[in-house]
Design a protein around this ligand. Structure first.
Ligand code: ADP
Ligand code: MG
Length: 350
């Protein structure tokens, strides 16, 4: 159904963001693309959706050359969901859902009927159609984001980290719901995530990317059993490490605790004392925009207690996490996986 042949994108003055990407996707397949931040996932999705022109290569949908089709016709074929949801705040839910039908000049009766039908799919009352996005929770908004992509019934849906900004509980619920929906509607899905759990849960096949290239394409079971190389092994390994932490507490309990701050100039011994007093077992390291850069475990900090400043251990000991995540979301995700408490160190000293 979707065929990509040697698709390459070089941004102006840059290296190749996507490098000879070739992939054949069958109708009804659920493909997850996974890889570290900056490996070219979004660029790949945008090329399929014609938001970015490839520097070279070909993309076909049902044997039609995608790169030669006009934009409106393309909207019948492809739905797109992004992490930032992207509902228009000044438009009602009904108008947001009907974005593509309006572009395709559907009659208003047909538009309204379709919007109601879509809300039914996710058990939302039709009264929601007259509400505005800010009157919905994050999870409800993202459901609308998904419905909007389904509105004109396109056979192919592209989803770029669609549930990445949601809290873990809502995220789990939406994953389940969406998987059910995909089966019953028989859509072909290309779904980007940086969360191995999510990929394993949803995908028929997982595509692992690194530096713009495909490293491995296989079923989740096969990737776990036979990682193609050290990179894949490390990538899965790191995810497993995050999953296997002790001291699970509920998110509510943990989030009610007050985070502590440790200054980068503080001695490791002092930081350790503060952590122990507050029963804290890892430090999150953020940049000055509060973006999470990674975390350091108590064990590592304890091990380096003789060192002068926390700063000296940040770089070598940092366990990196997805860079683009917002701090709070990432804290919640880590907590769900069992990190018992997550205070904040900022590597700018905040
Ligand atoms: P991912 O979605 O996997 O995090 P992206 O596709 O967004 O990765 O980015 C891949 C690479 O291309 C990165 O190195 C990024 O900095 C670069 N890049 C993305 N968009 C642009 C752009 N508009 N101009 C120049 N470089 C870009
Ligand atoms: Mg991206």
């Amino acid at each position: 159904m979707l065929r990509m042949e040697n698709v390459t994108k070089t941004y102006k003055g840059g290296k190749k963001a996507v490098d000879e990407f070739s992939l054949h996707i069958k109708k009804g397949e659920f493909i997850c693309i996974i890889g570290p931040s900056g490996c070219g996932k979004t660029t790949t999705m945008k090329m399929i959706n014609r938001l970015i022109e490839p520097s070279s290569g070909e993309i076909f949908v049902n044997d039609e050359n995608l790169l030669k089709q006009d934009a409106v016709k393309l909207r019948r074929k492809i739905g797109y969901v992004i992490q930032q949801i992207g509902l228009f705040p000044h438009m009602t839910i009904g108008d947001n859902i009907s974005l593509v039908p309006r572009l395709l000049k559907w009659e208003s009766n047909k538009k309204a009927k379709r919007a109601e039908e879509l809300l039914e799919l996710v058990d939302m009352p039709k009264e929601f159609l007259d509400r505005y996005p800010h009157e919905l929770s994050g999870g409800q908004q993202q459901r609308i984001g998904v419905l909007r992509a389904l509105a004109a019934n396109p056979p192919l849906i592209l989803m770029d980290e669609p549930f990445g900004a949601l809290d873990p509980i809502t995220r789990d619920a939406l994953q389940e719901e969406f998987k059910r929906l995909q089966r019953s509607l028989d859509k072909t899905i290309v779904f980007v995530t940086h969360d191995m759990d999510e990929a394993i849960k949803l995908a028929d096949r997982i595509v692992i990317m690194k530096d713009g290239k495909i490293v491995q394409v296989d079923s989740p079971e096969e990737i776990l059993r036979n990682p193609a190389n050290q990179f894949v092994e490390d990538f899965i390994g790191k995810e497993r490490l995050l999953q296997g932490r002790p001291n699970v507490q509920t998110i509510g309990q943990v989030m009610n605790k007050k985070p502590i701050s440790v200054n980068r100039d503080q001695s490791v011994a002092a930081a350790l004392r503060i952590m122990k007093e507050n029963r804290v077992d890892s430090l999150l390291v953020t940049d000055d925009s509060n973006r999470l850069k990674g975390y350091i475990d108590l064990e590592v900090i304890d091990h380096n207690r003789g060192l002068d400043s926390i700063e000296t251990i940040i770089k070598p000991a940092l366990n990196k996490v997805e860079e683009t995540s917002l701090l709070r979301d990432t804290i919640q995700r880590l907590l769900k996986r069992g990190v018992s408490y997550a205070p904040v160190v900022n590597d700018q000293g905040i």
